[in-house]
Design a protein around this ligand. Structure first.
Ligand code: SF4
Length: 358
């Protein structure tokens, strides 16, 4: 029985050729991705904080940072060392990406989390959904399930360069699909802790159907306000700060009640750095997402070198790390299974996981 991950379906929808090279040929570029590492580190810090909330323990920033530095960062460095050719590892740039991720995590834990009224009911929930009729299994992992004002949300944390608009969640496939899977009878949860029956009831509730939420963080987190030579706080609206950071700076300087500063604070727009976009998909929308995933999974089942996956929309090519190998395939008229790849640019993921360099 074929097993596919929800992220591979997302990749297939972006570009089937890209999916083929990444998931079937198991190739990855040797050069590291700054945005991937940044997001990975930020995600791990948020997850650690949410785990504390789930355990009803206080969220300690230092503990979250230590967890990332001792558990996540060594894995990232080892992985990138394996992927890079000997002597070509840009450790300075990798460290910069790691610290950028830590800064995003610090901002979220320190400035955002205390304001969110999240009752964390589950963190990192792996699930497996079997489609016996079509003969495949889909695996996925939900970042968190939280309750806000009696409403249950399936949450996904994202780090983006630009804040998407509020309608972006309607167009997203992943979260409606995850929600549909969590409500399906043929889905199994693979957590160490048993999912409480009260939570299953909430997921299955048709009258108060759960909704979805993207917790979006900017890849450039805010910083403390600028201090002018005179010692006053800058009132330049273009500076990268938030209401919380500005208020903290005011408190540090004993300016808490200064009306002119309070007036300025009210003009700062925090949603440039973080926002939670929520959406309640209808039952039809959930069915549509499931049907789309089913079509993709069935296409993925029959993809082989006789059946070359079609390319995606050209717009996606600009950001694609497989562009050089894709070009070679076309120029040489080779099918994806026989194309020889440039070993200076790509390595094989499986070998890299086993600690071998091609
Ligand atoms: S370069 Fe374009 S067509 Fe080729 S794999 Fe990448 S996204 Fe797909």
């Amino acid at each position: 029985m074929l097993s596919v991950s929800a992220s591979s379906i997302q990749s297939y929808l972006t570009c089937p050729t890209q999916w083929y090279l990444g998931y079937i040929r198991k190739l990855r570029p040797r050069s590291f991705s700054k945005s991937m590492i940044r997001g990975e580190v930020a995600h791990a810090m948020i997850e650690e904080a949410m785990q504390a909330m789930y355990n009803m323990a206080p969220v300690r920033l230092q503990v979250c940072i230590e967890f990332v530095m001792t558990s996540v960062v060594p894995e990232i460095i080892a992985r990138e060392k394996q992927a890079a050719l000997f002597g070509e590892l840009d450790l300075q740039a990798i460290n910069a990406a790691i610290y950028a991720g830590v800064d995003i995590g610090i901002y979220f834990i320190d400035d955002v989390l205390p304001k969110l009224r999240w009752d964390v009911l589950a963190v990192e929930v792996p699930f497996k959904h079997r489609n016996k009729k079509s003969g495949y299994t889909i695996k996925g992992r939900v970042d968190a399930l939280v309750k806000v004002d009696q409403m249950l949300y399936v949450v996904d944390h994202k780090v983006y360069g630009h804040m998407p608009d509020d309608d972006s969640l309607f167009l997203d496939l992943q979260l409606p699909f995850y929600l549909a899977m969590l409500r399906s009878d043929t889905t199994e949860f693979h957590t160490e802790d048993e999912i409480p029956s009260s939570l299953i009831e909430m997921l299955d509730d048709n009258e108060n159907r759960p909704a979805i939420m993207q917790n979006i963080l900017s890849s450039t987190p805010p910083v403390a306000p600028r201090v002018l030579k005179s010692g006053a706080l800058s009132k330049d609206k273009s500076q990268r700060t938030t209401q919380g950071l500005y208020m903290q700076a005011m408190r540090d300087r004993g300016l808490d009640n200064d009306p002119s500063y309070l007036e300025f604070v009210a003009t700062l727009n925090d949603s440039r750095y973080n926002k939670q976009i929520t959406y309640a998909p209808t039952e039809n929308h959930l069915e549509w997402s499931t049907a789309l995933v089913d079509i993709c999974a069935q296409e993925m089942l029959v993809c082989d070198h006789y059946n070359i996956p079609r390319p995606g929309h050209p717009m996606t090519c600009n950001m694609c790390s497989f562009k050089p190998i894709c070009k070679t395939m076309r120029e040489q008229g080779q099918t994806p299974d026989v194309v020889t790849y440039d070993k200076l640019l790509y390595c094989e993921k499986e070998k890299h996981h086993r600690g071998e360099i091609a």
